[in-house]
Ligand binder design. Structure first.
Ligand SMILES: *[C@@H]1O[C@H](CO)[C@@H](O)[C@H](O)[C@H]1NC(C)=O
Ligand SMILES: *[C@@H]1O[C@H](CO)[C@@H](O)[C@H](O)[C@H]1NC(C)=O
Ligand SMILES: *[C@@H]1O[C@H](CO)[C@@H](O)[C@H](O)[C@H]1NC(C)=O
Length: 335
């Protein structure tokens, strides 16, 4: 509380004494105040040298968030765990750097012609969606998209909600073009689980968020894949059908800087691409709907529950937004 008073007072004093430069000085002490409370909230500690650099990055991000929220956009931004990082650093730590082989995914999904329900939310149909997890500083989003889809598929087929081992996919799925913390694809991970004859649980193969040696034990496998369904490149309507009729669907899209600070509303961007070679993050569509005439997907992310809307986000549907229809797939479980 003392610190708060001091900072506010410092601002007022500057306001009285310094005439024109004030707004800048005042803002920076306000920024410092926000930075300090953000540091406390996120339990951050820096060396004296790093502190300065982090505070500057934070101030830049904070300004961008405020500017965005003053504009006319379909989504709001907020500070979150990424607010002391530049987008380059986030890309390096959390996103794929190499293009994945999305377009290599051959389709085996034949869709009907509908009509489909106007909205679906698997979270509300029963206990079909596992809690949001956190990938940490490892480009393992594809493992969480994979476990999320298979957890849902098993729950829908058998009524049992399991928690499956992302770390097994990080450590063991290399033969299927996956690269641990450097990236991979849900469709390739489903293939791995199918041929490997199973995946263990979070309890017997806990998540570590870094590359390691494969420690799969066949007798401890608890979930199995019977078949892998790859949705046709750019056929977003097929994703709608799959989510409506069968299962949450794994997909990838291109994360650009404006996505990182997403808080609420329907995400839509003009800075991302639509092609399969640009996607850099995999997630899980658990439903869809329409709000004020704007169709959207309901998507489960793997950045913890403090990010976005309790770990979820909405993204505009029907435009292949950020390439989200470039490599969608889901597993058929063996139960
Ligand atoms: C905000 O954006 C919407 C949708 O693009 C548009 O219909 C509306 O006129 C805009 N409002 C303002 C104040 O610019
Ligand atoms: C794409 O596929 C080729 C051929 O299977 C493989 O050599 C390459 O490593 C793959 N790239 C990625 C990023 O997985
Ligand atoms: C689905 O995609 C995976 C990898 O992305 C591929 O190995 C598999 O052959 C595809 N399935 C079909 C039926 O084409």
């Amino acid at each position: 509380m003392k610190a708060v008073l001091f900072l506010l007072c410092a601002g007022a004093w500057l306001l009285l004494s310094l005439g024109h430069t004030i707004s800048v000085s005042k803002l920076s002490s306000l920024e410092e105040f926000h930075f300090k409370s953000w540091m406390m909230q996120h339990q951050k500690q820096y060396s004296a040298k790093e502190h300065h650099h982090r505070q500057q990055t934070f101030a830049r991000n904070w300004k961008k968030i405020n500017a965005h929220n003053k504009g006319n956009h379909t989504f709001k931004m907020a500070l979150n765990q990424f607010s002391d990082m530049s987008f380059d650093e986030i890309k390096r730590k959390y996103l794929w750097s190499e293009p994945q082989n999305c377009s290599a995914t051959k389709s085996n999904y034949f869709r009907g012609t509908g009509p489909y329900p106007t909205s679906v939310d698997w979270r509300k149909k029963g206990n079909f969606v596992s809690p949001v997890k956190n990938q940490g500083a490892c480009g393992s989003c594809w493992t969480f998209s994979t476990t999320g889809a298979l957890e849902s598929a098993v729950a829908i087929a058998s009524g049992k909600m399991l928690s499956l081992a992302e770390q097994q996919l990080v450590d063991c799925a290399q033969d299927f073009n996956n690269h641990g913390c450097e990236g991979g694809l849900p469709s390739q991970a489903f293939e791995y689980i199918l041929y490997n004859k199973g995946i263990m649980g979070e309890d017997t193969y806990p998540y570590q968020g870094k590359d390691g040696h494969c420690r799969f034990q066949p007798q401890k496998a608890i979930a199995f894949v019977k078949d892998v369904v790859n949705i046709t490149l750019n056929d977003e309507e097929a994703m709608v059908e799959a989510v409506a009729l069968y299962n949450p669907v794994s997909f990838a899209f291109e994360v650009t800087e404006d996505f990182i600070s997403y808080q609420s509303g329907i995400y839509s961007s003009t800075s991302c691409h639509k092609t399969p070679d640009k996607v850099n993050h995999a997630v899980l569509a658990v439903g869809y709907g329409v709000q004020n005439g704007v169709p959207y997907w309901i998507v489960k992310n793997s950045w913890g529950t403090a990010w976005g809307q309790d770990g979820y986000f909405l993204i505009e549907r029907g435009k292949n937004m950020c390439g989200l229809a470039a490599c969608a797939s889901f597993p058929i479980p063996q139960v």
